[in-house]
Design a protein around this ligand. Structure first.
Ligand code: KIV
Length: 261
């Protein structure tokens, strides 16, 4: 099996990655998955925001610190939130704050043509960066407006160019979100740093999903095509809650087993 290196760690291809926002989930994932991402998807997933634009440095610092403290074996990735890396000075200042507080191995930033100078600056300052391209959720106030990219030749060529530039400037990996399979294949075959995909086909060097989607934790019925629910936690938890409620009402809980004497 082909090996993929990120920083000083070697992984079997394809790389696996999931999000974690809390210590308990981080503990479950650690060592079983190659990369653990504290994603700013926590804005919508955990805080019920409509998009990720309301996610703050404090949120990322808090969740980043508790997750990264729990992770001993997997590689740790942390998202920089919206508007914290609009220019070189802000980007470096905020990157340092996140790195000092949370100690992740890598930071992830959403990249477009204009943000390449920021990527370069962070790399020049010896910061390990993952370049997130394709659909970049921080650019959307309304997630319903998101559409798959790479269907036109222009989009395909622009994405390839952005991925190549990211590699040239020193990104350690490129995350591809919601792009067509042939675009993901083209990019993966034409750069030498790993591609990690979400809604970007099996042609990527790795895959990432939001953990809550994996176990169907959210009550949101509208799921993107790329989400696979491996387990229906939502249904099971609802049944458990009903059972607990019944036992309380019937005074079956707490019985003597759960009572101090
Ligand atoms: O914020 C996040 O969780 C992400 C993934 C969706 C890749 O960026």
């Amino acid at each position: 099996m082909k090996k993929i290196k990120i920083l000083n760690k070697s992984f079997c291809r394809p790389i696996s990655c999931l999000t974690a926002y809390s210590p308990s989930i981080a503990k479950i994932l650690d060592g079983k998955i190659d990369l653990i991402l504290v994603g700013d998807s926590l804005g919508s997933t955990l805080y019920g925001m409509k998009n990720t634009q309301g996610v703050t440095m404090d949120m990322m610092k808090n969740h980043g610190a508790v997750v990264n403290k729990e992770v001993k074996r997997s590689l740790k990735v942390l998202d920089m939130p919206y508007k914290t890396y609009d220019n070189k000075i802000d980007a470096y200042k905020n990157a340092k704050l996140l790195l000092n507080h949370c100690k992740p191995d890598l930071l992830k930033i959403e990249i477009n043509k204009k943000k390449l100078v920021v990527l370069k600056h962070l790399v020049d300052k010896k910061i390990n960066v993952i370049s997130h391209i394709g659909v970049t959720p921080q650019s959307y106030r309304n997630f319903n407006k998101i559409k798959v990219l790479g269907r036109t030749n222009i989009e395909k060529q622009n994405l390839l160019k952005l991925a190549k530039e990211s590699e040239k400037l020193g990104a350690k990996a490129v995350l591809l979100e919601c792009i067509t399979a042939d675009t993901a294949k083209l990019i993966t075959e034409n750069i030498s740093i790993p591609t990690i995909g979400i809604g970007a086909s099996r042609y990527c060097d790795g895959q990432v999903l939001v953990f809550d989607d994996l176990i169907n934790l959210s009550t949101n019925d509208k799921k993107p095509k790329f989400v696979k629910n491996y387990f229906n936690f939502n249904r099971i938890a609802s049944n458990i809650v009903k059972k607990y409620n019944r036992e309380v009402k019937l005074k079956k809980f707490p019985n003597s087993k759960f009572t101090y004497i």
